[in-house]
Design a protein around this ligand. Structure first.
Ligand SMILES: NC(=O)c1ccc[n+]([C@@H]2O[C@H](COP(=O)([O-])OP(=O)(O)OC[C@H]3O[C@@H](n4cnc5c(N)ncnc54)[C@H](O)[C@@H]3O)[C@@H](O)[C@H]2O)c1
Length: 258
């Protein structure tokens, strides 16, 4: 393949970051943009040199890779169509895959069409180690997310545990945390066995995620402190950077990491 054609669903903060990065990638010849709000796609297109704005159904046959950065609903709406068309798919709204039936269906179709579905590690670190570790027995995985009280819509003057439970319970109780918890659960030991603790701490300015795991491989501890996305303060910059890195990985012959 000489060059790739990319389709983007969702032209918000992450979709725009990926589109700008893709615009500078020599491997990509054309970028199709689609957003449920057409003005978002049009506005983004002004800043790009190789983009076209069109409806999803119009551009799907012409693309090689589809990048979703829209919503959990959008995953339900478009993912199966993408896979049935034999295209690769990068999903940012990982919470959309909580539905086990949909997940299984996508996996089955992808095996038939040989499409690949990529789930970027997003705002969390340690996914590579966890994926390797789970090849043997992993006894425990815990995610500790620490945020400022304001970003959890709380007013607190001391460190307070807001939530403690399984990843399955966390994604229901705290939808804002859904993508990180879902990614970790899918990479490791599942929604029921992955533990999640969410802490509100007035000392911290920015979100941090700490992953702790142990098992036959030994012990893993990975922590990241995230600065906000310059285009969307409620999203971590690392989420966009991981999306761009995953797009590169989908096109690169050498794959690094477990
Ligand atoms: N995996 C991670 O670590 C991670 C981190 C941050 C955000 N996310 C997820 O990525 C997605 C995008 O995040 P963002 O910060 O760019 O959000 P955003 O709100 O800035 O942008 C989303 C865009 O998608 C569009 N959209 C919504 N529903 C759509 C649909 N059905 N069809 C087409 N377009 C649609 C909206 O109009 C908007 O322009 C969200 O679902 C978010 O939860 C994942």
């Amino acid at each position: 393949m000489d060059s790739y054609v990319l389709g983007i669903i969702g032209c918000g903060a992450i979709g725009s970051d990926v589109a700008r990065a893709a615009d500078a990638m020599e491997d990509i010849s054309t970028i199709y943009l689609y957003d449920i709000k057409p003005e978002k796609a049009e506005e983004l297109s002004w800043h790009l040199t190789k983009s076209k704005v069109a409806d999803f159904d119009t551009w799907l046959p012409h693309v090689d890779i589809v990048f979703e950065a829209a919503s959990h609903e959008a995953v339900k709406q478009y993912a199966e169509k993408v896979i049935r068309a034999g295209k690769d798919l990068i999903i940012m709204s990982i919470g959309g895959l909580l539905d086990e039936e949909l997940r299984q269906r996508l996996e089955d179709r992808a095996r038939e069409t040989r499409s690949k579905i990529y789930l970027p590690s997003g705002a969390v670190c340690g996914i590579d180690g966890l994926k390797a570790a789970r090849t043997a027995e992993v006894d425990e995985v815990t995610l500790v997310t620490t945020k400022s009280p304001a970003s959890l819509d709380k007013k607190l003057d001391r460190r307070t545990i807001i939530f403690e439970g399984s990843a399955g319970e966390a994604v229901k109780a705290l939808p804002k945390n859904v993508n990180v918890a879902a990614c970790l659960a899918l990479a490791g030991i599942g929604f029921e066995r992955t533990r999640v603790k969410v802490v509100a701490d007035p000392v911290v300015k920015h979100n941090s995620h700490k992953v702790l795991a142990h098992g036959k491989f030994g012990r893993l501890r990975a922590e990241v402190e995230n600065l906000p996305n310059p285009h969307n303060p409620s999203s971590s910059y690392l989420a966009s950077l991981s999306a761009v890195a995953t797009l590169r990985r989908a096109m690169e012959p050498i794959q690094i990491g477990a």
